[in-house]
Design a binder for this molecule. Structure first.
Ligand code: 4NP
Length: 166
């Protein structure tokens, strides 16, 4: 894989709170910094197929200028590991689930296939280093607000990391 990915998948559990927020924030911050990046999101679960992002996530994101309204939830698929360069897990459980998923499909991996690198959203984040983005689903307004700040910080850190490679 090239050092700067061109296709990034953001992953959480339900794909209705954290990962759609990360999809739009990462896309926005990358574009603002002149990086051409295709960004998508998915859930490790299939709890909410084809459902729009949680209205609380949409509300808080919009207050910060991020429009999530066009997105629809989907579950991670096997081919995501072949089609994306980098898969960003919102928390440690998501990362572990993705690592196990990759082990499960290992027999399908042919020589020469390029496989997505798996990492935590906050891998390079100086404010929330290697910390999970906390699941806000059963939380309060401030938990949804915290998701925005955490993801903005982590997405900015990834973009700074990639720009150092150019
Ligand atoms: P997300 O949040 O993983 O950030 O989308 C959740 C959404 C739904 C559920 C759990 C977490 N749920 O249990 O339905």
């Amino acid at each position: 894989m090239t050092v700067i990915p061109s296709r990034v998948l953001c992953v959480c559990l339900g794909n209705i709170c954290r990962s759609p927020t990360a999809e739009v924030i990462l896309k926005t911050i990358a574009k603002r910094n002149g990086l051409q990046l295709a960004v998508d999101s998915a859930g490790t679960s299939n709890y909410h197929p084809s459902v729009s992002p949680d209205r609380r996530s949409q509300h808080h994101a919009l207050q910060h200028g991020y429009d999530l309204s066009a997105l629809k939830a989907r579950q991670v698929r096997d081919q995501d590991f072949f089609e994306f360069d980098l898969i960003l897990a919102m928390d440690h459980a998501n990362l572990s689930d993705l690592q196990n998923w990759l082990l499960r499909i290992a027999p399908q991996i042919n020589k020469g296939h390029s496989i997505a690198k798996l990492a935590l959203m906050s891998e390079h984040d100086p404010i929330y280093p290697l910390q999970s983005v906390p699941d806000p689903y059963y939380g309060e307004a401030h938990d949804f607000e915290r998701v925005i700040h955490h993801i903005e910080s982590s997405a900015s850190a990834w973009v700074r990391h990639w720009k150092k490679q150019t």
